[in-house]
Design a protein around this ligand. Sequence first.
Ligand code: HEC
Length: 103
Amino acid sequence: MTSKLLASLAAIAVLSIGATMAAPVNYTLPEETAAFKPGPNLDVVQNNCTACHSADYIKTQPQGEKFKKDFWQAEVTKMIKVYGAPIDQVDVGKIVEYLSTTY
Ligand code: HEC
């Protein structure tokens, strides 16, 4: 009786060791699908505009002559004033230039 009990305790111990030593799960994240188009000051835009949302937010904005410098200036100002984006004042002009010439 005792040896049977010991044997089953040993079996439980082996099983639980096996469970804690399970192999780590490895997986690869899918590629980021939204990317900024190439353009002037792209690095500044990547540094300042990717922390909170993807580049899709920029790509899906209205396009055309009415949506150039003033539009993007207002957009960047909104990110700073309304959403608290920590963007350096010297970078704002560069970002607006990129956005209005590229989109
Ligand atoms: C501090 C976080 C933060 C940063 C940094 C940021 N944004 Fe945003 N952005 C937001 C939030 C929050 C929204 C609104 C999200 C929503 O409505 O789902 C938004 C929305 C937008 C939109 C969609 C239109 C709108 O006005 O809601 C555009 C375009 C945009 N951001 C552009 C930019 C650009 C360009 C930059 C870099 C200069 C930038 N964002 C950096 C937080 C940020």
